[in-house]
Design a protein around this ligand. Structure first.
Ligand code: NAI
Length: 362
């Protein structure tokens, strides 16, 4: 289509055979909102992913510039840019995975729900395009409030007759990434088998890093949703196994729940988390692609259609496979603190879900 901004020459496009490096299947990925704070870094990271053979960058502003820039990276994926609503359908046609970071971010003093009025309409329009042009794609929803935008996406897909709960995933990976970092850095367990070493609690000390646990070796399940008290880290299920005092649990839970606000305040009006979020989104997208490719044992937390609680949407660990979400894990044993947190989370989640559903049904 001549209206596309194809930053690759036409001969370059013809050479694409949709196999990524090493003969593994190459996937077609679209990023909607690619020129934004998250979108730009995420575009770069997805261009670096060897599983991606075609990368479509869509935005209502600046898509040509970001596309030109990213397309010069000497990695396999062919990059094409798409600017504005008239090019949305071309951006989406044939995609295997669509990642949605489009919409406004928070400013200091705002909750994620304050974004609803603007972002709900953006997510609705983009999902209508997905239903029409790539109804079988896996969809990763990043736009906030995720607790409501995922139900909005589900309602749009239901209306269009394309809804498959296995393929609609809200991205909560940043909460897990933060939880892993905060637990690894502030609760150093350098030999959890030796009781005398079990609790080297170095909260706030700058030598935390040198003592030693790499955040990549820590796994904290974070369930519920993606806003305030709905973000529920299950510190009783941290891997490697660990015990925490009540004060430590309070500190870590608050820090994880308010990690986003910490960044919003530090940026002082210049937006919310973009770099750590792009990292988290790229990590999650890579997990989805590895699942599509047929890798076994790909497990991430995600906010999805679920029967783990009485709510229609809930974030838990899920196993990703060739068809999207192939297994949803139960919450596992919760302690009293977590059970109380779960009740609080469910109350707020129920309202956010209802708000999203009502937006489409009205
Ligand atoms: P940003 O304002 O820097 O970028 C948003 C981009 O979306 C802009 O380039 C804008 O032009 C584009 N956009 C607006 N309307 C659009 C439309 N109709 N179609 C396509 N693109 C459109 O914002 P940032 O920082 O990148 O954040 C994006 C979203 O991600 C926000 O809603 C934010 O709250 C959310 N977020 C989600 C997180 C999560 O953990 N799920 C974490 C951090 C942010």
């Amino acid at each position: 289509n001549p209206s596309n901004i194809q930053m690759e020459g036409s001969s370059g496009l013809k050479r694409v055979n949709c196999r990524a490096k090493g003969g593994v299947p190459g996937f077609k990925v679209a990023i909607l909102g690619a020129a934004g704070g998250i979108g730009q870094s995420l575009s770069m990271l997805m261009k670096m992913n060897p599983l991606v053979s075609v990368l479509h960058l869509y935005d209502v502003v600046n898509a040509p510039g970001v596309t030109a820039d990213v397309s010069h990276m000497d990695t396999g994926a062919v990059v094409r840019g798409f600017l504005g609503q008239p090019q949305l359908e071309n951006a989406l046609t044939g995609m295997d995975l669509v990642i949605v970071p489009a919409g406004v971010p928070r400013k200091p003093g705002m909750t994620r729900d304050d974004l609803f009025n603007i972002n709900a309409g953006i997510v609705k329009t983009l999902c209508e395009g997905i239903a029409k042009c790539c109804p079988n794609a896996i969809v990763n929803v990043i736009s906030n409030p995720v607790n409501s935008t995922v139900p909005i996406a589900a309602e749009v897909f239901k209306k269009a007759g394309t809804f498959d709960p296995k393929r609609l995933l809200g991205v909560t990976t940043l909460d897990v990434v933060r939880a892993n970092t905060f637990v690894a850095r502030f609760k150093i367990i350098y030999d959890y088998q030796k009781p005398e070493c079990l609790k080297t609690y170095v909260l706030g000390l700058s030598d935390a890093e040198v003592l030693g646990v790499d955040p990549r070796d820590v796994n904290v399940p974070v369930v519920g949703g993606h806003a305030g008290v709905t973000i529920l880290p299950l510190l009783s299920q941290v891997n490697p196994p660990s015990s925490f005092t009540k004060e430590e649990i309070n500190y870590l839970t608050n820090r994880i729940q308010n990690g986003g606000t910490e960044v919003v305040e530090a940026k002082a009006g210049a937006g919310s988390a973009t770099l750590s979020m792009a990292y988290a989104a790229a990590k999650f997208a890579d997990a989805c692609l590895r699942g599509l490719k047929g890798d076994v044992g790909v497990v991430e937390c995600s906010y999805i259609t679920s029967q783990v609680t009485e709510l229609p949407f809930f974030a838990t660990k899920v196993r990703l496979g060739r068809t999207g979400v192939e297994e949803i894990f139960a919450l596992g044993p919760l302690n009293e603190y977590e059970r109380a947190g779960l009740e609080k989370a469910k109350k707020e989640l129920a309202d956010s879900i209802q708000k999203g559903v009502a937006f489409i049904k009205k």
